[in-house]
Design a protein around this ligand. Sequence first.
Ligand SMILES: Cc1cc2nc3c(=O)[nH]c(=O)nc-3n(C[C@H](O)[C@H](O)[C@H](O)COP(=O)(O)O)c2cc1C
Length: 358
Amino acid sequence: MNARDFFAALPIPIVQAPMVGAQGTELPLAVAGAGGLGSHGCGGLGPDAIERDAARLAESGRPYALNLFVVAPARPGGEVAAAAMERLAPWYAELGLPLPDAPNDFAPDFEAQFAAVVRAAPPVASFTFDRLSADKVRALQGVGTLVVGTAATVAEARAWAEVGADAICAQGAEAGGHHGHFLVETEASFVGTMALTPAVIAATGLPTIAAGGIMDGRGVAAALALGASAVQMGTAFLLADEARTSAPWRAAIEAAGDDPTRFTRAISGRFARGIETRFMREMRKVEAEVPAYPVQNRLTQPLRAAAVAAGEAELMSLWAGQGVKLIRQGRAADLVAAWWREATAVAQELAASTAARR
Ligand SMILES: Cc1cc2nc3c(=O)[nH]c(=O)nc-3n(C[C@H](O)[C@H](O)[C@H](O)COP(=O)(O)O)c2cc1C
């Protein structure tokens, strides 16, 4: 089945975004059960865990997506890691933690992860942070997997089209979590979903999934009106019963003030959007110097894990998108059904109100 037919055949064209750190297999299973497409973020998993989780998702008989970060092996010099640890030392001290030794590995091996995804042969595999080679795209298509490439700019969408991707996930700058840009300089890569989605469709002609800032049925209807084949929603699921969002993260979402999110690269070495914390504010002055992903991400991992255990939200990563104030709680299946009801109603109201103007 080609990607256009696949998304047209989904009972509800809502893709639950892969969210490393905020979901296991429960959330994608619940979304799939409701008629959407559930995604499993496998960026932090080794090959065995990927295959185990894929088998669990496949058992449901519903389509699902696996997602990976496209990351080259990092081999920072000793001085780079030492300087990065020195910047983090006061934060480790604040939590009463000894400064960990510099690790040997900074991220799971992408080649091994990719091979596991090919063996699992999921209906859909999506990728972010970089594009795949054409050979890798063909390897997935050869096992019957549709390949979705994340693009934050039109140039990146074209780059995915060149290697043969089946569909594009157009990630607007409103989106929560990591910003997937990989070609264009950072500032030029912050394009809003409303501008990006139709521009990607016009440039590539590929089925496009709109992501970023879509929080309810109004957003779903708006993205479909722009020509999207489906929408991808992440932040909107963070308070779902089946999400693995930690208790302090949930509390920070509920307590957030107006317009609470910012981009930072201080946490992982790659720009990501989250609710602003004291860590983000105080690290801003050295933010440009921190080593690139995955090095900084790995070096802050023990700190963030300890902060979760201590309930210290100001030292955690509170990834969330600009729509965070519109989050609702509840079972994922109920949320998906409600958003789709709303989208249908909005489309009907718009059709009636535009007809009435003539
Ligand atoms: C907590 C969180 C974790 C995320 N993790 C991933 C991930 O592992 N892989 C990925 O491709 N995108 C990830 N994203 C980005 C989403 O795929 C998507 O672009 C984004 O959620 C859409 O914007 P929204 O958050 O406004 O709905 C994450 C987003 C959030 C909020």
